[in-house]
Design a protein around this ligand. Sequence first.
Ligand code: FES
Length: 128
Amino acid sequence: MATPFGIRRRLKRLFGIPLDGAGAAAAEAPKVSLTVVSPKGEQATESVPESTLLAISGRMKHPISSGCSDSSCGTCRVEVLEGAENLTAQDARERGTLKDNGFPTTLRLACRAELVGGAAKVKAFEVV
Ligand code: FES
């Protein structure tokens, strides 16, 4: 039932309640699976809708560390162990940050790389 000015829809958005049909769509959205290996060798896996590696790891007990909000520090660098083909391509900004911070450009920045399908396994150099 429609309400004047979309009040019901606005309230649902405000309180994070799924919109009619949106909850079902989100539940059916394809999920990706990320495994993070910590510097101590501990592994954690999360299966969620596609996102950046950093955002996915944020749901884990020990997420990948981050140090900036503009992809410039390299703190979130990871080594991709499996599933590189499931990540978005590395762009010039990401390569530049790795190079400027003295890291190999074969690494990926968890705040830039998105897992867009399937699964991936990465080794983090720093975790929270
Ligand atoms: S958090 Fe700084 S480069 Fe990713």
